[in-house]
Design a binder for this molecule. Sequence first.
Ligand SMILES: Cc1cc2nc3c(=O)[nH]c(=O)nc-3n(C[C@H](O)[C@H](O)[C@H](O)COP(=O)(O)OP(=O)(O)OC[C@H]3O[C@@H](n4cnc5c(N)ncnc54)[C@H](O)[C@@H]3O)c2cc1C
Length: 122
Amino acid sequence: MAGGLLAARNAEGYLDVTPELRVAGFENVYALGDISAIDVNKAGVAGREAAVVAKNIQAQIEGSADLAAYTPSKPVIILPLGPSGGSGQLPDGEIASPELISQIKGQHMMIDRYVEMLNLGA
Ligand SMILES: Cc1cc2nc3c(=O)[nH]c(=O)nc-3n(C[C@H](O)[C@H](O)[C@H](O)COP(=O)(O)OP(=O)(O)OC[C@H]3O[C@@H](n4cnc5c(N)ncnc54)[C@H](O)[C@@H]3O)c2cc1C
């Protein structure tokens, strides 16, 4: 990050962004994922932010000023320990059981989701 972008960099090193994920002070520059100051450092966050950024870039290309806003996520962590153990906190604050953590992540590490997302086939 250099030049004008430096002005958007906050004390923690993240880039300040608008709710539409545009870098503060820029119309056509977006920031998402770990570099963006709007939400915690999580792959899931980066994915949800990417969907908003893609939609907004498409809207700008089409000349629309109707941009979507990103809604920050609630604190959540899914921490598997082996295929059947683990712990975590769900978005409502509830502590998840090892069985639920195993179902969500431990048995497959969400591989299917990424195979589909990256169009890798079976
Ligand atoms: C050990 C570990 C465990 C994690 N576990 C989880 C988890 O369970 N769940 C979860 O949601 N998140 C988890 N995360 C966080 C998750 O990995 C990040 O939030 C996510 O990868 C951020 O995606 P990103 O695209 O913003 O950045 P990155 O994935 O870091 O991608 C940035 C890319 O930019 C490249 N790059 C850097 N500088 C340059 C340059 N000058 N020019 C060109 N390319 C450059 C880098 O090489 C990298 O490939 C974990 C992170 C770590 C380290």
